[in-house]
Design a protein around this ligand. Structure first.
Ligand code: HSE
Length: 311
């Protein structure tokens, strides 16, 4: 073991599903993201010393995605009796649709792996983070944890075996995020979904997912725009997000390539092919939300190709 003194890491927020890849597609943002400090503890075992950012999260290892992911890593290395303490700095709320629990899980496992001298590759950390993400919403899907850990746009070919593909990110893409300040719990947002879909919808959605992946490899943003229509999940979840249809129409009128729900919502995202159009979307959304006196946060980000990092 080649233990380091102490360090601070960053794990980014993510947009899961990306309109056409429910539970199998996600990308990382430059900001926001959770930060986590790890250092030698004063007693054997892993301790969550503090959680900053008023999240209401538990400091119990098995109820906290950062703690649980880090614990599973230590267990797998046979280091569970090592004295380690972590401090979590939550930079985003719970139930925002931006992968808050996943960012914490990634920060926890990534930081502790670095602390122990990086015994595992990032790739090998994915399973621990996904395991921990499961305690947040009760289901096994890596569409937030994988991009938060690895960066870029990730397609999970098979969640069970963690078989994933890191997809190319075309130049110039900008993401505009609108977070209406209401909380939508992922569990609830998953529970409302129908368990069966028609063959017709399957054909439309799988064609769009395939075309989206092709668009990334070809850097064909017109094809990307035509592909990013969600025929299955967005129509079922749109009602959870006040004014979703109006906000989407405003983004598309401002020449966004696409607009849909980020993860389980309530955040929504728009993709644009340059910063001017991203600014336009940001401005129309800001005016609309302010006119309606709705509380919100809006920002522009690039797609983060690096993922979790030490800083
Ligand atoms: N794919 C997940 C969902 C992301 O849409 O429920 C949220 O964690």
């Amino acid at each position: 073991m080649n233990k380091r003194k102490g360090l601070r890491v960053f794990a980014p927020a993510t947009v899961a599903n990306v309109a056409v890849g429910y539970d199998v597609l996600g990308f990382a943002l430059d900001k926001p993201g959770d930060e986590l400090v790890v250092r030698e503890g004063s007693k054997p075992g892993l301790v969550i010393k503090s959680i900053h950012g008023n999240s209401g999260l538990s400091k119990e290892i098995h109820k906290n995605t950062a703690g649980y992911a880090a614990f599973r890593l230590m267990e797998s290395l046979g280091y569970e009796k090592e004295a380690v303490e972590i401090e979590l700095y939550k930079k985003m709320g719970i139930g925002t649709g931006l992968g808050s629990s996943a960012a914490s899980a990634v920060a926890g496992v990534f930081a502790v792996n670095e602390f122990f001298g990086r015994p595992y590759s990032k790739d090998q950390l994915l399973r621990f983070a996904t395991d921990a993400e499961q305690i947040a919403d009760g289901s096994w899907h890596a569409d937030n944890v994988a991009p938060s850990l690895l960066g870029s746009i990730i397609l999970i070919r098979d969640n069970a075996s963690m078989d994933y593909v890191k997809l190319p990110v075309p130049e110039g893409l900008r993401v505009v995020i609108l977070y209406p300040k209401i909380s939508v719990l992922t569990k609830k947002s998953r529970a409302i979904l129908k368990q069966e879909i028609s063959l017709d919808l399957h054909i439309k959605q799988s064609a769009n997912l395939g075309a989206f992946v092709a668009a990334l490899y070809k850097s064909d943003l017109a094809l990307m725009s035509r592909s990013l229509t969600d025929h299955i999940i967005e129509p079922q979840r749109a009602g959870l997000i006040p004014q979703f249809a109006a906000l989407k129409a405003l983004a598309m009128e401002s020449h966004a390539l696409a607009c849909s729900i980020s993860g389980a919502g309530p955040s929504i995202f728009a993709l644009t092919d340059n910063t001017v159009k991203a600014d336009n979307v940001l401005n129309v959304w800001t005016r609309f939300m302010s006119d309606k006196a709705m509380d919100f946060d809006v920002f522009i980000s690039k797609i983060n190709t690096e993922g979790a990092k030490v800083f």
